[in-house]
Design a protein around this ligand. Sequence first.
Ligand code: ADP
Length: 219
Amino acid sequence: MNIVLLGPPGSGKGTQGQLLAQTFGLVQLSTGDLFRQILQDPSHPLYDSLQVIKEGKLVSDEIVNAVVEDALIKLKDAKGVIFDGFPRTVAQAEALDRMLNSMGKKVEVVLDFDVTKDVLLHRLLGRRVCSSCKRVFHIKQGYTECPECQGQLTIREDDNEEVIIKRFGEYNQKSAGVKEYYLNADCAYIRLFVDDPDISAEEVNKWIIQELSKRGLVQ
Ligand code: ADP
C-alpha cells in the first residue's frame, strides 16, 4: 500500500507517517528528512540548490523528483511507501504516478491533514526533533533528551515564526492543485480535520486506522 500524506507544516503528517509505518510495516519517505541529511554535507552536489529551504521556499520540482526517484529505486522491495512532504506540486504528483507506474505500483490512499492555523503555530513553535532517530516531540512534554534513544532534542532551523509564515504561504499556494489532482484520481481520499491543539498523536492514529479499515484497506 502506498500512501500520500498531504498537509501544511506542523499538521502532524510526519508523526502519523511514523506510526503508520510501524503499524503496517511500511517505509516512510520524507523529502524534508532527505534534504536535511544532504544539508549536513557541504560537499554534496545538491548542497547549494537546497539552501532555499532555510528561507522557507520550495525546492525545485526537478531536484525533488530526482531525489525521490533515487530513493524509490532503493525501496523497490518495500511492502509500501508512505510519502511525507511529497508531492507538493501537481508536477510532482504527476512524476510520482509515472515513477510508481513504471514499477507496477500506484498511490492507493491520500490522507489530507486539514489543521487550523492556531494549532499549527502552537505545534511548530514548540516542536523538538531528536537529532538521532528523528522522532518528533513537543516542548510541553518536558523531555531534556529523546525518551526513545537518548538522542539530543533540537529545534529545526526553519521552525521560527518568520519562516513558518512563509512555509504556510507556499503550502497554501501549491496544495490546492495537488488536492484536486488526487480528488480526481483513482485512490481513497481521506480528510482529517483537527482544531484541538491537545489532541494526541495516538488519538489521531486510531482515527486514521478506523477510516482505513472502514474502506477495507487494512484489517
Ligand atoms: P514542513 O512540512 O514542516 O515544511 P518538511 O520537512 O516536509 O517540512 O520540508 C522542509 C522543507 O524542505 C520545506 O519547507 C521545503 O523547503 C523543502 N521540501 C520538502 N519537500 C519538498 C517538496 N516535495 N517540494 C519542494 N520542497 C520541499
